[in-house]
Design a protein around this ligand. Structure first.
Ligand code: 13P
Ligand code: SF4
Length: 342
């Protein structure tokens, strides 16, 4: 409401350069309008090392704030309006299990460079960093998969099997070089012989929000609006991606819609808040429709009221902390990505 709006804007005015608010593209309009910078995961991560603010408030899911805390300078305080806004997919690869899977592969004589999607905990990033691996986002998965594969041996991609398979398509990796791991029984269920034959080993995680976009949704859209354009996020199933006109990060989706001809109809397969904002922004110029209505309930935990409550009490609120022992290896993993994609 207008009281929360005023509270947030008055704290921003009072703190000036001491406060930076970062917001992921999935934030609601009520939150996004207060941001100093909006972006996709890669853009937001890239911004952090250059920030001088005393307080960095991250509006997004927890792993994003944690990534900012890894990249922030000593003395900067990173905060999130709701600590419990967790990415369900990142929770599908707990660090202890990822370590067991890597150990199991090693016991079987397989050396794997781990490559984790940025949608993962600091503990997973630290594990990956310590084992010579790196991080990727939806915007650079192709580059980073090539980077990992160029190191020789196997690549373990985690936690998103869909992004992993899409990136494998982008680098034209033959189907027989891919193996989705059976991670049950703490990794003991892995078929080592099959794994040995594949260059790319994939963790079986996925985003439930993007899994809802099926090839059928695209066929229906094309039947309803002949000549329409379709753009989807690479967390969608490869069969869905195959039917789309374009596929990429949330920022790529925004650019695709911006560049679509006037009068066109564009169907978008990603989280609803972003699609809705684009629909409003281009209303009367082009038609922007969701492939279907799919929202990320964790992203929605960040609201204008809880952002206002946080800003009222920046010093008294708990910061996003990353264990000191995890910070260096996690930073190393992220730095390899930032260097490879500079
Ligand atoms: P982007 O990196 O494309 O912004 O995506 C992050 C995300 O969580 C998508 O579900
Ligand atoms: Fe995680 Fe999916 Fe939500 Fe993105 S949309 S934050 S991948 S659960």
């Amino acid at each position: 409401d207008s009281k929360d709006f005023d509270t947030i804007e008055s704290v921003r005015a009072r703190l000036g350069k001491d406060l930076v608010i970062l917001a992921h593209h999935y934030m609601s309009d009520a939150v996004a309008r207060h941001a100093d910078h909006t972006g996709d995961s890669l853009e937001l991560s890239r911004r952090v090392p250059g920030l001088e603010a005393r307080y960095i408030v991250f509006c997004g899911v927890f792993f994003m704030a944690e990534t900012a805390a890894i990249l922030a300078k000593p003395g900067q305080k990173v905060l999130i309006p709701e600590m419990n806004s967790r990415c369900v997919m990142s929770d599908m690869a707990p660090a202890w299990l990822a370590a067991k899977v890597l150990d199991r592969l090693e016991e079987g004589g397989l050396t794997a460079t781990p490559l984790t999607y940025v949608n993962s905990s600091a503990a997973v990033k630290a594990l990956v960093g310590a084992r010579g691996g790196s991080v990727c986002t939806s915007a650079n998965a192709k580059t980073m998969l090539s980077w990992a594969m160029a190191r020789g041996g196997h690549t373990l991609f985690l936690p998103d099997v869909r992004l992993g398979l899409n990136a494998a398509d982008w680098i034209a990796l033959p189907k027989e070089d891919r193996n989705i791991l059976d991670i049950r029984e703490h990794g003991q269920a892995i078929d080592l012989e099959r794994a040995r034959r594949a260059k790319l080993l994939l963790w079986p995680g996925q985003c439930v929000i993007h899994s809802r976009f099926k090839p059928e949704s695209i066929r229906k859209a094309r039947a309803e609006s002949p000549g329409c354009l379709v753009v989807v996020h690479p967390e969608c199933h490869p069969n869905t991606v195959a039917l789309a006109d374009a596929c990429g990060s949330t920022s790529l989706i925004i650019r695709f819609v911006a560049e679509a001809p006037e009068g066109s109809t564009v169907y978008v397969g990603t989280e609803f808040n972003l699609v809705n904002r684009l629909a409003q922004q281009y209303s009367g110029v082009k038609v922007v429709r969701p492939l279907l209505h799919s929202t990320c309930s964790n992203m929605e935990k960040i609201t204008e009221p809880n952002l206002a409550r946080l800003l009222e009490n920046l010093d008294g609120s708990p910061s996003v902390e990353v264990d000191e022992a995890l910070k260096e290896p996690a930073k190393l993993a992220l730095q390899r990505m930032l260097d490879a994609c500079a």
